[in-house]
Design a protein around this ligand. Sequence first.
Ligand code: NCD
Ligand code: ZN
Ligand code: ZN
Length: 434
Amino acid sequence: MLITGAELPDGRIRDVRTDEGRIAEIAESLHSLPNEETVDADGLTLLPGAIDVHVHFRQPGHGHKETWATGSRSAAAGGVTTVVDQPNTSPPTVDGEAFDEKSEFAANSAVNFGLNGGVNDDWDPDSLLSRPVFALGEVFLVDSTGDMGIDEARFEGALAAAAEAEIPVTVHAEDADLFDESVREADAGGTGEDANADLWSQYRTATAEIEAVEAACEAARGAGVDIHVAHTSTPEAAEHADAAGMSTEVTPHHLLLSRDDLDELGTFGRMNPPIRSEARREELYERVADGTVDLIATDHAPHTREEKEAGLWDAPSGVPGVETMLPLLLQEVRDGGLTLERVRDLIAANPAERFSLDSKGRVAEGYDADLTLVDLDDSDPVQADALHTKCDWTPFEGREAVFPELTVVDGTVVYDGRAGDRFTAGLGENVRQP
Ligand SMILES: NC(=O)N[C@@H](CC(=O)O)C(=O)O
Ligand SMILES: [Zn+2]
Ligand SMILES: [Zn+2]
């Protein structure tokens, strides 16, 4: 494939040739070969495909919320070319057999993927870690969707197993002992969009995250493991993890939404860890812009409308986001909050480096041809109706965003927005091939 006249993240205008799944040549001017597919990228920007190291694609077990087909199409349409799935499915991905079962579902993926292995009281590290596991995680230090919370002793066992297997560990760190139970006892909370969802933020306190991150970093240091702290929602937790030499991710919802938005969102804004105050959100944004935070990942956690419309204390936690991450970040670039090169690092170069995907994350010769083409002059409002996730809602309804024109995985167009949302599925591969 020959992509002509594309602007690269550093501002250079170049022709880019892909061949056998790789970026073969980048030059000021390349001539097309006989029968070569060409893409006119005049006026468009070519980015490395985003690597979202935190999605919940729900199969096996919860295909009514999302499937690998719908989730991966949503990823492709959002410029995401690699996703990493989490273990809180049914069965949970905690042994070799469950890993193999999930691999069969993932074979439907339109984009490349990694499959994490999980830890619970029934996990079988021997069979699990004999499989091509992307990372151990997210390791839940508290119950979230799937009730996979574990205690300290089991966490230490998991750290030791990961150190021996030489695989990364990602951690969901909140301390349930520091939740404010009085909030829960005092108020029924209401239902759906009418719920007082701010109570969720009051209940799952910032301190519960900050102290759990501190404890997790200390345990990790003791075990000689560098953990990756998932979805930090507070600047304090992100700063602590960074100072302890660990890596962190921030989600688009913690970056762009605050408790001020919960009036409108109700239970649709309930997730773990919860949305924080506007003051904390602004500080977290600064930590994302200044490099304290390593990467953005979505924690794409779809639940159906009907499920989210329950009472505040019963509704499931989590929001979708894989399709809107890059589009919303590109709007931040348009608005001057982040540079395009910083966005490239947050969504592609840094996740690739952190998780040893050595041939991904950059538009450079020899790298994998996982790419997305965007028009930074053209934004549209986010509309749930136009997204491809199976759950037909988004917490970002109405926000301006820059949706990709075209997404390429291993040199093949998997999403063409210019040809009326055309997808090619089933081409994605496990990025940790044995
Ligand atoms: N973040 C959430 O609120 N929910 C996630 C689980 C998780 O990441 O904790 C889910 O799987 O629904
Ligand atoms: Zn989590
Ligand atoms: Zn998660």
